[in-house]
Design a protein around this ligand. Structure first.
Ligand SMILES: NC(=O)c1ccc[n+]([C@@H]2O[C@H](COP(=O)([O-])OP(=O)(O)OC[C@H]3O[C@@H](n4cnc5c(N)ncnc54)[C@H](O)[C@@H]3O)[C@@H](O)[C@H]2O)c1
Length: 267
């Protein structure tokens, strides 16, 4: 299938986990995908996977919390590709720390990436998307944007903000009649490296394959216990939802929240 042929899309955080799966899924449907990330080796590896499947992908160094990075990315997109139809604001960090142990610097860093990044990226992309005749913006929130999680006050606050920012911008776009739809996706427990970074202020701990494998095994077991269907999800489960939201089949869908969580929010 080639349902996104001719479309140009930006996926932030496409160097790892869910963002990588989204980039692969969009490219498999014919989109040209620009991967914006601070992790250059990871981003280039995503490009390599896409190109090995005859898709089109490019890496662009991007710190989503820096306005100038966004301006450069959008200017390059306009110059090189002449259009922008899809923006997936996926990059985020998760810092797990009780409030009294959370420094203001850590709180601010998480907000800067998870929430300022959304503001900056959406603001930078909207004019080119409008010029391109419209498009679709998908923002990665979380079930932690729908309910509280102890030890994750900052992450929950940022993801709740993602949810409501999405709805407000969806209505602004609807009022502007610019043919841009804006939706949020709320994953439950998905097996990705984000879990290895939780206790390390959102950064990947020094490579220790055995320790990391042990942590992932614990995460898998915890995910299975906490998820009604009895197992965690995989990044492709989320990519399938994003693919729907950016497709023409979702042309009447805006301002909504797609929960993909194995039943967590049903109870
Ligand atoms: N994995 C889960 O269980 C889960 C659950 C709910 C929501 N989510 C959300 O899904 C999204 C993807 O998470 P993931 O699990 O794939 O995480 P991940 O850690 O595997 O990937 C995150 C990516 O974001 C990039 N990134 C971090 N800071 C950045 C910055 N300042 N600028 C640009 N890129 C930056 C990282 O380099 C990495 O490639 C996030 O928004 C996360 O909050 C994940």
């Amino acid at each position: 299938m080639n349902q996104l042929a001719g479309r140009i899309g930006v996926v932030t955080g496409g160097a790892s986990g869910i963002g990588r799966a989204i980039a692969i899924a969009l490219a498999a449907e014919g989109a040209t995908v620009l991967i914006g990330d601070v992790d250059e080796p990871g981003g280039l590896e995503t490009c390599r996977i896409i190109e090995a499947n005859e898709g089109a992908a490019h890496f662009w160094p991007l710190d989503v919390s820096r306005e100038n990075d966004w301006k450069r990315l959008v200017a390059m997109t306009k110059e090189k590709f002449k259009a922008l139809h899809i923006l997936v604001n996926n990059a985020a960090i998760c810092i797990s720390r009780p409030l009294l142990e959370m420094t203001f610097d850590s709180w601010r860093r998480q907000m800067a990436i998870n929430l300022d990044g959304l503001f900056l990226g959406t603001k930078a992309a909207l004019p080119l998307m409008t010029e391109s005749g419209g498009g679709s913006i998908v923002n990665l929130s979380s079930v932690a944007g729908l309910r509280g999680v102890p030890g994750m006050s900052g992450y929950c606050a940022s993801k709740g903000g993602v949810r409501m920012f999405t709805k407000a911008i969806a209505l602004e776009c609807a009022q502007a009649r610019n043919n841009i739809r804006v939706n949020s996706v709320h994953p439950g427990s998905i097996e990705t490296p984000i879990w290895l970074k939780l206790g390390n202020d959102g950064a990947l701990p020094a490579a220790d394959a055995r320790r990391n494998a042990d942590v992932m095994a614990d995460i898998r077991a915890a995910g299975a216990t906490a998820t009604p269907v009895g197992h965690s999800g995989v990044p492709e489960d989320i990519a399938a939802g994003v693919l729907y939201l950016v497709s023409d089949g979702a042309r009447f869908v805006t301002g909504t929240e797609l929960v993909i969580d194995g039943g967590v929010m049903a109870g």
